[in-house]
Design a binder for this molecule. Structure first.
Ligand code: AMP
Ligand code: GLY
Length: 420
């Protein structure tokens, strides 16, 4: 088969790595890809936000199957356009992608499905939102309604912080995304992510993970896209996973189907777990980044068969072949991230890193200049390893980190600390 993956980060490198190993894969193109992906697949320039351009590209290149990495092309209707052109695609329609694109939509679905989640109220009026915060007090959570690249959420510890967040959002800090605001009850507990493949009707769990969102060790400092992750997540026990399927995932799929917008693709179920009870924090309509890198290391080539089954409505016949293992990914970022950082610094030592089914350096933001790898983003490398225990995966991952010669980069040295 000829397969096209859309995206160009560490998530897509990991997806490409897993898909390449599947014997069904004859040819793999990744658009736009990055310098790491270019080592294993063809990279193509393509405006992945333009549904027509993607469909034309897929037809011209005789693509049989498309995997959409990030959420933005899904929200823009790329999967709809491909399906209309008769091309098989893994990823939800724009209508179903609203589970990530609109926080108030997700809340409405949870209400209709009876899925446990934080209490909330939805505002388009600044004054009414301020009054609500004053009435409820802190801690309280303020969210811009639309896609804000993970930056539209403020967990306010004081009323003043909450009011300030409202000023920013109604003041246009997030553009259109801030014209509507959801205010949520603060949920206590331990956070974990649950990844479920969905074919519109059936669902198949494919793994659990926890990530570290803060830039600093001990989970301190500003929020980032994620500085590391590990799988499985100990807090997501079999019993919690079953509860999540019964109380959250299946009722959501049923409600989406009832509305005529069935959900197909991977559902990233962000949970807050307390005393064995999961509550939904958020849905994402894509794999988490960097959680995907740890998941792919554990699942390997079979993930392509499962994605194909999801796209073709055959998940009820599928099961996952589990190894009883653990994986960890450590993000190396450019100094300054998540604030301002420089591009172009040279990364050495990559040739010395072992790459096999136990350890891989996935590239998140690299480019190739004059024969050398250079940093080309904030999060740059995702050092990923697996082992029989989390400790073994960790030791393997940090041994690779230590081989990398990149003075302008940094990483957290404590990924997985809660579980270890
Ligand atoms: P979201 O983009 O909705 O996932 O929010 C980003 C992060 O904010 C989550 O990963 C949580 O750590 C935190 N968060 C969001 N909503 C809540 C809530 N209702 N209670 C506690 N923490 C929350
Ligand atoms: N690592 C969090 C996310 O992908 O949203």
């Amino acid at each position: 088969m000829n397969i096209l993956i859309l995206g160009g980060g560490g998530r897509e490198h990991a997806l490409a790595w897993a898909v390449m190993q599947n014997p069904k894969c004859d040819k793999l193109i990744v658009a736009p890809g990055n310098a790491g992906i270019a080592q294993i697949a063809e990279c193509a320039r393509l405006d992945i936000m333009d549904p027509g351009a993607v469909a034309t590209f897929a037809e011209q290149n005789a693509i049989d199957f498309v995997i959409v990495g990030p959420e933005a092309p899904l929200a823009a209707g790329v999967a709809d356009r491909l399906r209309a052109a008769g091309i098989s695609v893994f990823g939800p329609s724009a209508a179903a992608a609203r589970l990530e694109a609109s926080k108030s939509f997700t809340k409405e679905i949870c209400d209709a499905a009876g899925a446990p989640t934080a209490g909330y109220a939805h505002f388009t009026d600044h004054a009414a939102a301020r009054a609500h915060v004053k009435e409820h007090g802190a801690p309280i959570v303020i969210k811009a309604d639309g896609l804000a690249a993970g930056k539209g959420v403020v967990v306010a510890e004081t009323v003043d912080q909450a009011l300030e967040a409202l000023d920013d959002m109604f003041g246009g800090a997030f553009g259109e995304a801030g014209a509507e605001v959801v205010i949520e009850e603060f949920m206590e507990g331990e956070e974990a992510s649950f990844f479920v493949l969905c074919d519109g009707e059936d669902a198949l769990p494919i793994g659990t993970a926890q990530d570290h969102k803060r830039v600093g060790e001990g989970d301190t400092g500003p929020n980032t896209g994620g500085m590391g992750a590990y799988s499985p997540a100990p807090v997501l026990t079999d019993a919690v996973a079953q509860k999540t399927m019964d109380e959250i995932v299946y009722p959501t799929l049923k409600e989406m189907a009832r509305r005529g917008t069935p959900y197909q693709g991977v559902l990233y179920v962000g949970l807050m777990i307390r005393d064995g009870q999961p509550r939904l924090v958020e849905y994402n309509v894509r794999f988490g980044d960097p959680e995907c890198q740890a998941l792919m290391m554990r699942l390997g080539a079979q993930v392509f068969d499962l994605m194909q089954a999801a796209a073709e409505g055959r998940l009820s016949d599928c099961s996952v072949n589990w190894a009883d293992d653990h994986a960890m990914t450590v993000v190396m970022a450019a100094e300054g991230y998540p604030g301002a950082y420089e591009k172009g610094s040279v990364i050495g030592g990559l040739e010395d890193c072992p790459e096999d089914s136990f350890q891989m350096v996935f590239h998140a933001g690299t480019a190739r200049e004059r024969g050398q790898f250079v940093a080309n983003g904030g999060r740059v490398l995702n050092i990923t390893a697996r082992g029989a225990s989390l400790q073994e995966a960790r030791d393997r991952a940090y041994a690779m980190v230590d081989r990398i010669d990149w003075p302008q980069g940094f990483c957290r040295r404590d990924i997985g600390w809660r579980a270890l």
